[in-house]
Design a protein around this ligand. Structure first.
Ligand code: UDP
Ligand code: MG
Length: 197
């Protein structure tokens, strides 16, 4: 089992890079943001609750995302490992994830953090808003709030994993291919350590 948390601000490139990593290392990609958007698209009760929150750039409850993640993990008992994309977003979620994995004799091997400066993030999100159809990418106010929520509630997750010596920052600037190569190299090395350990 080899599980990684792919961490980064909104617009850091988590979704794009998570797909590439999942493909290369044969891991299951779990994006709570994608799950929530699917719930919204299907018109489920959960989706209706989430829509309101997401459209403001706020976070849905810890309990809700943990339950979604639990269900997905249990769907893939034979997985080689998981990439968590956009989750955990709070320290409480990080603790709950550890608890959940522990129950199943699993653990987070590493947290890989894509680092991108704030000006570049806003620029990327505005650009994405032109094509993604995501309402939360289309307004400078909502983007601003998402970054504020990230700074206040999500960045403490770095300390959580740093304390476990699992925090690995990676430069998220440059071409998708270049960032991908950096991530592949780091992941290779983490994977060999996890096999050795
Ligand atoms: N969201 C959330 N919890 C999650 C994942 C997503 O509350 O675990 C909500 C939150 O409002 C966030 C939005 O969904 O701003 C989009 O999340 P996603 O991870 O797709 O955005 P990204 O960071 O990739 O731009
Ligand atoms: Mg994303």
């Amino acid at each position: 089992m080899f599980n990684i948390v792919l961490f980064g601000a909104p617009g850091a490139g988590k979704g794009t890079q998570a797909l590439l990593l999942a493909e290369k290392f044969d891991l299951i990609h779990l994006s709570t943001g994608d799950m929530l958007r699917n719930e919204i698209a299907s018109g489920s009760r959960l989706g209706q609750q989430a829509q309101n929150i997401i459209s403001k750039g706020e976070l849905v409850s810890d309990e809700l995302v943990i339950n979604m993640i639990r269900e997905r993990i249990e769907r893939h008992p034979d997985a080689k490992g998981f990439i968590f994309d956009g989750f955990p977003r709070t320290q409480a979620q990080a603790r709950e994830l550890d608890r959940l994995l522990q129950e199943k004799d699993m653990k987070v091997a590493a947290m890989v953090a894509l680092e991108v400066d704030p000006a570049e993030l806003t620029c990327r999100l505005m650009k994405r808003g032109e094509s993604s159809g995501r309402p939360d990418d289309n307004s400078i106010e909502i983007i601003g709030n998402r970054i504020e929520v990230y700074n206040r509630k999500t960045t403490p997750v770095i300390e959580y994993y740093r304390a476990q010596e699992k925090y690995h920052p990676v430069d998220g600037l440059g071409h998708i291919k270049d960032v991908s190569q950096r991530l592949n190299k780091l992941t290779e090395s983490l994977l060999s350590q996890s096999v050795a350990g």
